[in-house]
Write a protein that binds this ligand. Structure first.
Ligand code: SF4
Ligand code: SF4
Length: 215
């Protein structure tokens, strides 16, 4: 049986800015997490490494305990498989909280937009190209409206859809978004001081030069 974890919470450890960012990422439902543990039981990583416990990460993040979330090793183990989010009986979204925590750990700030939690449309490209492009087009419009420096993707397929298909949207709809798209590993590399060539930024279809001075 796993050892019970005890942790003393001190008021000075609570970061309300981070907590608010987490609530925005996971939505209001993060407050109705019952700590039931279904998410941990569903996590394929937790079975092998209990450091990645989405139940504890969620509670720590909502409290604003940055040391237990942003600056711990646990969130880096997440495979973004969405099992915890799919199986949570209360509609809480631990994956969203972990994903935004990973982005905030680089110093970047996450923002919300209407379709943030919806699919980009990439998986249906092979069966309905027009619909797939319309989905990503709607998302790009919403992202443009909230005003961001870049889109950060976790999934390589999402990355291709957002980046490469801005070229298609220009051809098909005559629309130019010019929205830089970084895969998460590229954002992390920039935050760690790696250069453009090291990170293959020249492969990105939408230029990311404007980002180099601010990341
Ligand atoms: S996030 Fe959902 S599954 Fe996980 S502990 Fe909270 S209510 Fe249970
Ligand atoms: S998304 Fe991450 S935390 Fe959730 S089940 Fe998958 S690996 Fe575990």
């Amino acid at each position: 049986m796993a050892e019970t974890q005890k942790y003393t919470v001190r008021l000075e450890d609570l970061d309300t800015d981070f907590s608010e960012a987490v609530v925005k990422a996971g939505g209001e439902r993060v407050h109705i997490c019952l700590q039931c543990g279904v998410c941990a039981a569903s996590c394929p990583i937790f079975k092998f490494n209990e450091a990645l416990n989405p139940r504890i990460i969620l509670r720590s993040a909502v409290l604003g305990l940055t040391n237990r979330t942003l600056y711990s090793n646990s969130i880096w183990l997440c495979a973004a498989c969405y099992s915890c989010t799919e199986r949570c009986p209360h509609g809480v979204q631990p994956t969203e909280v972990i994903r935004d925590s990973l982005i905030e750990a680089t110093g970047a700030k996450c923002v919300n937009y209407v379709e943030k939690r919806l699919c980009c449309g990439a998986p249906i490209m092979g069966v309905d190209e027009k619909l797939s492009l319309e989905i990503v087009r709607d998302k790009l419009k919403s992202i443009q409206n909230v005003g961001v420096n870049a889109i950060v993707t976790i999934c390589p397929f999402c990355h291709t859809h957002f980046d490469l298909n801005q070229v298609r949207l220009k051809e098909d709809y005559g629309e130019t978004y010019g929205m830089s798209v970084l895969h998460y590993t590229q954002l992390l590399g920039l935050a760690q001081g790696y250069g453009s060539d090291d990170l293959g930024l020249y492969e990105n279809r939408v230029p990311v030069d404007d980002l180099l001075g601010i990341v």
